[in-house]
Design a protein around this ligand. Structure first.
Ligand SMILES: NC(=O)c1ccc[n+]([C@@H]2O[C@H](COP(=O)([O-])OP(=O)(O)OC[C@H]3O[C@@H](n4cnc5c(N)ncnc54)[C@H](OP(=O)(O)O)[C@@H]3O)[C@@H](O)[C@H]2O)c1
Length: 263
């Protein structure tokens, strides 16, 4: 653990004892969301998994007794509100995670506006619908935690990321602003920025993905970040720290470097 972390208080109330806690993960039928749900279930949490593919959610519930499936299209605002209301009638939500994501590689010579709109709707608007549906209850209780799954692709512009990157940049900004607004109200806010993880989302990538993790490794990193009360949970550090360094490079150097390495 970095020295600074030992000296300074955590940015969020640490989440380490999951027994009896209710966690709702939207985007949990596969990949990072599913692995995180599974890890939380193993730690004693009551996990609610949401996504569109009912068969995958049902399979999860079969293998994770006591968990709950709530089929949901995150781009359907009414459906998100109805699902939240249903869950809140059962009891308080201790942690709500927006993990739904859509990704297609896109470059400027093949602009596909409908697919760009899809990225905005799934990756960003869905998060807003979820926030709108759960925040009043969290604020009324003065407790709870919201986690948004962004991406290191949101740090700076990257090749192939024309549709995806801007939505993740928006989520990063949204999480920072939420933290400012909600910290003093007793609500934790965290931002999860994974590097490459082997999931259906990245399965079509035809390039080498450096420092590729399994979903289970990603889930371990996420739970560790929550336990330490981190705001930003980024992993694996051997990859994400390089991308963080790109953030502070002057534009001329940044463009030269990315062109050389990734174009
Ligand atoms: N894999 C990586 O390398 C990587 C890196 C950085 C960030 N991320 C982010 O991590 C998150 C999870 O992605 P993943 O890699 O684990 O991919 P994944 O396995 O494809 O998971 C994406 C999840 O989003 C759900 N989803 C998609 N559209 C939805 C909708 N309209 N309504 C509700 N759920 C929807 C999918 O379920 P249904 O299809 O059943 O609806 C699935 O459960 C995403 O936000 C992604 O951007 C991934």
């Amino acid at each position: 653990m970095p020295l600074l972390e030992l000296l300074l208080p955590p940015l969020n109330p640490p989440l380490s004892d999951w027994h009896g806690k209710t966690v709702w993960i939207v985007g949990a039928s596969s990949g990072i969301g599913q692995a995180t749900a599974s890890a939380l279930h193993a730690q004693g949490a009551h996990v609610v998994v949401s996504a569109r593919q009912a068969n995958l959610l049902d399979g999860f519930v079969t293998h994770h007794p006591g968990s709950q499936a709530l089929v949901l299209d995150a781009t359907d605002r009414q459906a998100v509100h109805a699902a939240a209301a249903h869950l809140l009638r059962q009891g308080p939500l201790d942690c709500v995670v927006y993990c739904a994501g859509h990704y297609r590689a896109m470059r400027a010579n093949a602009l596909d506006v409908p697919d760009m709109e899809r990225h905005v709707t799934v990756n960003y608007l869905g998060a807003l619908y979820l926030l709108d549906a759960v925040l009043p209850a969290l604020l009324a209780r003065g407790a709870g935690h919201i986690s948004l799954v962004g991406s290191v692709a949101g740090y700076r512009g990257l090749p192939n990321s024309l549709a995806y990157g801007p939505t993740k940049a928006a989520l990063i900004n949204l999480a920072e602003t939420l933290y400012l607004d909600l910290h003093d109200k007793g609500i934790g806010v965290s931002l999860i920025n994974p590097g490459f993880v082997q999931t259906p989302l990245t399965a079509r990538n035809d390039f080498a993905m450096p420092a590729l993790l399994t979903p289970r490794q990603a889930a371990t990193a996420i739970l560790a970040g929550w336990a330490r009360g981190r705001f930003e949970i980024h992993f694996p550090k051997r990859f994400t720290l390089w991308l963080k360094a790109l953030r502070i490079l002057p534009n001329r150097l940044f463009f030269q470097l990315v062109r050389r390495v990734a174009l």
